[in-house]
Write a protein that binds this ligand. Structure first.
Ligand code: DNO
Length: 361
C-alpha cells in the first residue's frame, strides 16, 4: 500500500503540500481539480499543471478523488451520452498524464451526509457526527443551511452551494429513480468507460454511499457486500473496482468490514480508513461520531481492517480519512492536518507491525 493524504489544491486547502510532505511515510496525494463541475472535460494542461505543482513538493499524485458524475448519467436522461463522452475524455487526459486511479460515487443528490460538522467530543476536540433523530427532524434544505454554518468557510465536497441551490430540481429529477434503475444506469456508464480504462490502465474506484442506507427517500446502492459484488459482476473487469471506506460501510453495523475486504480481493483500488464511535445503535435513534483512528477510541477494530487489507495483497493508495479538529486548527471539517497526520502515522504503524509479524511466520 502507499500512504497518502487528500489535498484539495492550493486555492482551496488550508493544508499545504509542504506540510503533507513532512508527515512520515506519506508519499502521495489524492487530489482533484476542485473548481470543475460534474460533466466538464478536464483539460490535459490543467491536469499537467496540478501534477507539476504536486511533484515540485516532492510528492506525487496517487489518484484522483473525485471525478464527479453528472446527474444526467445517474438518472439516465437522453443527454447522458454527451456527459459520458466528456468523462471518457477526462479519463483519457488523466491516463496520458500517468494517473491511474479515479475515485467517484454514484449517490443521488447528496454525497456523504452528516448532521453535525463540529460536535464537541469528550476530549474537547470537534468532529463530524450523525444522528438519526436529527435527520428525521429536518428537510434536505435545512440540512444544507445547518451544515454550512459549521464549515469554517470551506466549500465541502459534494455540498457545493450552486448544487444545493438546485436541490428541489435535483429531487424532482430523481423522483422516478429506484435502486434497480440506478444499478442499470451505473452499468451503462461503466460499460461505456471500460475501454478507455483498459487502454490507459485506469482503476475506477467507486466510493460507498455514506451513510450506507437511503436518506430522504433517495435510493442508495453501494451499501453492502451483496450490492458491491453485484456491481463487480455486472461489469466484470478488474478496472471496475471500489474505494473501500471503513467509515462509510461501517455506518451499517451489519457490514462485517474485514469479511467485505476479503471478498473484494483484487478489486479494492483505494482505501479510506477511519473509525466511528457509536453512541446508540437502536434504529430510529442511531447516533455515531467520527472518532480518532485508534481502535480503542471508537467501535471498529482497526487492526483487523488493516490486516484484511494486508492479507488480500492490497497495493493501492490508502488514506487516513476524516480527522477531528484538534489543537485549535481551523480547516475544512474532516480535513485538517493534525488529526489526519496522527491517523496516517497510526495506520503506518499497524501496517509495519502486521507486515513484520507475518514475515516472521
Ligand atoms: C467525504 C469523502 C467523499 C468522497 C466521494 C467520492 O469526505 O469521502 O466525499 O470523496 O464520495 O466521490
Amino acid at each position: 500500500m502507499e500512504m497518502t493524504m487528500r489535498w484539495f489544491g492550493s486555492k482551496f486547502d488550508t493544508v499545504t503540500l509542504k506540510q503533507i510532505r513532512q508527515v512520515p511515510g506519506v508519499t502521495g496525494v489524492i487530489t482533484t481539480l476542485y473548481d470543475t463541475t460534474p460533466g466538464e472535460v478536464w483539460s490535459r494542461e490543467k491536469i499537467k499543471a496540478l501534477k507539476d505543482e504536486v511533484e515540485a513538493s516532492g510528492l506525487h499524485i496517487s489518484g484522483i478523488e473525485s471525478v464527479n458524475i453528472h446527474d444526467a448519467i445517474k438518472v439516465g436522461t437522453p443527454d447522458r451520452d454527451l456527459y459520458i463522452d466528456n468523462y471518457i475524455q477526462t479519463l483519457e487526459n488523466l491516463g496520458l498524464e500517468g494517473i491511474h486511479m479515479v475515485c467517484y460515487n454514484f449517490m443521488p443528490v447528496f454525497d456523504w451526509t452528516r448532521t453535525e460538522l463540529a460536535r464537541k467530543l469528550a476530549d474537547g476536540s470537534t468532529g463530524l457526527a450523525y444522528s438519526q433523530e436529527a435527520i428525521d427532524r429536518i428537510t434536505p434544505e435545512n440540512m444544507f443551511e445547518e451544515i454550512s454554518k459549521d464549515s469554517n468557510g470551506a466549500v465541502l465536497p459534494g455540498w457545493e452551494p450552486e448544487r444545493m441551490a438546485k436541490i428541489k430540481e435535483l429531487f424532482e429529477m430523481y423522483s422516478t429513480i429506484d435502486s434497480e434503475k440506478l444499478f442499470a444506469n451505473l452499468k451503462y456508464f461503466l460499460e461505456r468507460i471500460m475501454p478507455v480504462c483498459d487502454k490507459y490502465d485506469i482503476n475506477m474506484a467507486i466510493h460507498p454511499d455514506d451513510p450506507a442506507w437511503s436518506v430522504f427517500g433517495l435510493p442508495r446502492i453501494i451499501i453492502n457486500k451483496a450490492n458491491i459484488l453485484r456491481m463487480m459482476k455486472m461489469v466484470d473487469n478488474p478496472h471496475n473496482g471500489v474505494t473501500f471506506c471503513s467509515g462509510s460501510y461501517g455506518t451499517n453495523l451489519e457490514n462485517d468490514l474485514p469479511d467485505m475486504i476479503r471478498s473484494l480481493k483484487g478489486r479494492i483500488h483505494f482505501a479510506h480508513v477511519r473509525n466511528l464511535k457509536f453512541n446508540c445503535t437502536e434504529p430510529g435513534h442511531l447516533d455515531f461520531e467520527e472518532a480518532p483512528h485508534l481502535s480503542r477510541t471508537g467501535s471498529f477494530d482497526m487492526y483487523e481492517i488493516m490486516k484484511a487489507l494486508y492479507e488480500i495483497g492490497f497495493d493501492g493508495p490508502i488514506r487516513p480519512d476524516h480527522g477531528r479538529m484538534i489543537w485549535d486548527e481551523v480547516a475544512m471539517p474532516g480535513y485538517g492536518l493534525y488529526d489526519r497526520a496522527l491517523g496516517a502515522t497510526y495506520l503506518n504503524g499497524l501496517w509495519e507491525a502486521i507486515e513484520k509479524s507475518s514475515t516472521r511466520k
